[in-house]
Ligand binder design. Structure first.
Ligand SMILES: Cc1cc2nc3c(=O)[nH]c(=O)nc-3n(C[C@H](O)[C@H](O)[C@H](O)COP(=O)(O)OP(=O)(O)OC[C@H]3O[C@@H](n4cnc5c(N)ncnc54)[C@H](O)[C@@H]3O)c2cc1C
Length: 457
């Protein structure tokens, strides 16, 4: 008797959804198995991962990617179970009861550590926490600790997340009112006193990780001047090599040069970009951030930087660390603490002894670390699915392969899961809230509200 392959995807971010899409479109048969049904489980009550809870609210065009992902999740062969936390609500051996294969696509949501003194002072923040707050994640606190005296703030890190944070701090709350930000975020942003946002790069302009479009966009607000400081604006031989080797690096350096040459307009808010300053300490008094100490660096000819022994103290009242994201450890799955990824070979999970963990796969940021854009997760998912299909004859048949077995299990455990139909209700509810206020959407934040709206009726 033939049956369908049963696959669980843990994580309904882009990587997990692309993996499900590619798998349902793949042609395969193996023994009694033909065709596939997939369940995507996510600890958030809503799908879309960092597209909903990472991409900045003033990037609606990027958030539109969910339109394509919605078409994938409307496929009857794919089900969504939200508000189900792998590791807490179920573990690997539970999943193995129901599925031939499990794909982990759990991404990353926490800040990578930055080991400098002063990190624990009040006013020292991780970018990931700030992003979760302004994007209305249900587990983020509802209030942000903006302080009325914090007119100068520092952002450490020169990737696109650093740009998002700088932009969100420099723009006015009213500029964000056309976006989907919830009321608590709008109210919070109104209390943000930042006038000068200082972004610090350890190296030079050819070493930053910005992308050209995001960097250009920084100046699109009429309320913000972008000021690139000439000190440290160095291009050594290593930098010239990078410029010659990469069109994107060349474009970034061009944009920075344009900012450097531009006269400020006298806007109320300023984003300053400083090169060749390595943050070494967050300074404080009475437990509160009062400054940032940087060591001036110089490029060594290869594009790397070395300290000069000269230090500068910047009087800032808050510091945001945007030095990268970090994935969480997954219960029962090997984890490499250094790279904060699941060890894998092209997507097959690898045990400590180097052997493949049967039936377990990874894709997206948990597979290759927290770098790259949404589009990159697609090719990543294609590679993982190719390997899964190569392994298909070796996968262990689960004892309970029927779709309903999963519902029965979750119901039996009293887990208040949300479904795709539930998400459509919440989606419509948020659109209606927006329409009433002349906006396209207003996000619902509390988990219990998201769940009850999704499950009502
Ligand atoms: C602040 C920020 C801004 C960004 N802006 C852009 C942008 O403008 N453009 C762009 O192209 N890219 C942007 N990116 C990058 C993009 O978000 C990532 O490339 C992409 O989201 C990675 O996809 P993923 O599916 O691997 O992970 P994620 O999007 O993180 O999805 C992982 C999912 O797994 C779920 N999960 C985690 N743990 C568990 C668990 N234990 N049980 C169940 N579910 C779990 C999470 O809830 C989440 O829904 C941004 C990233 C960040 C951090």
């Amino acid at each position: 008797m033939s049956r369908q392959l049963r696959v669980a995807v843990i994580g309904a971010g882009p990587a997990g959804i692309y993996a499900a899409d590619i798998l349902t479109k793949s042609e395969f048969t193996s023994g009694e198995v033909s065709g596939v049904t997939i369940d995507i489980l996510d600890r958030d009550p809503s799908p879309f991962g960092l597209i909903r809870y990472g991409v900045a609210p003033d990037h609606p065009r990027i958030k539109e990617i969910v339109k394509a992902l919605k078409r994938v999740l409307s496929n009857d062969d794919i089900r969504f179970f939200g508000n189900v936390n792998y590791g807490a609500d179920l573990k690997l051996d539970h999943l193995q009861q129901f599925y031939d294969a499990i794909i982990f696509a759990t991404g990353a949501r926490a800040d990578r550590d930055l080991d400098i003194p002063g990190i624990d002072l009040r006013g020292s923040f991780g970018a990931a926490d700030f992003v979760s707050w302004y994007d209305g994640h249900p587990d983020a606190p509802r209030e942000w600790d903006f302080q009325p005296h914090a007119e100068s703030v520092a952002v450490l890190g020169v990737g696109n997340v650093g740009l998002d944070v700088a932009r969100m701090l420099a723009k006015t709350a009213d500029e964000q009112l056309v976006t989907e930000i919830p009321q608590n975020v709008y109210d919070g942003l109104k209390a943000n006193a930042a006038k000068d946002v200082h972004v610090f790069a350890r190296r030079g302009p050819a070493q930053v990780k910005f992308t050209p479009m995001e960097l250009r966009e920084l100046s699109h607000s009429p309320n913000v001047d972008v000021i690139v400081h000439p000190e440290g604006f160095e291009l050594d031989e290593g930098s010239m090599d990078s410029i010659r080797a990469s069109k994107s690096v060349k474009l970034v350096v061009d944009v920075l040069q344009n900012y450097l040459a531009k006269e400020p307009t006298g806007a109320d808010h300023r984003i300053h970009i400083h090169f060749c300053h390595n943050p070494v300490e967050i300074l404080g008094e009475d437990g509160q951030v009062t400054g940032l100490r940087t060591e001036v660096t110089e490029l060594d000819g290869t594009g790397n930087a070395r300290g000069t022994g000269e230090f500068v103290d910047w009087p800032v009242q808050a510091v945001y660390r945007a030095v990268g994201y970090r994935s969480d450890n997954l219960a029962g799955i090997p984890f490499d603490n250094n790279s904060a990824t699941v060890p894998n070979d092209g997507g097959r999970v690898i045990d400590i002894d180097g052997s493949a963990l049967p039936g377990a796969y990874v894709t997206g940021w948990i597979k290759r670390g927290p770098v790259g854009l949404i589009g990159h997760t697609k090719s990543d998912a294609a590679e993982t699915i190719r390997l899964l299909l190569e392994d298909i004859d070796t996968l262990k048949t689960p004892p309970n392969p029927n779709r309903e077995d999963v519902d029965t299990y979750l119901d039996g455990r009293g887990i208040e899961y949300t479904t795709w139909a539930g998400w459509e209700k919440l989606d419509q509810h948020e659109i209606d809230l927006g329409e009433a206020a002349g906006r396209t959407r207003i996000k619902v934040v509390p988990r219990e509200d998201m769940v009850s709206i999704s499950r009502e009726g």
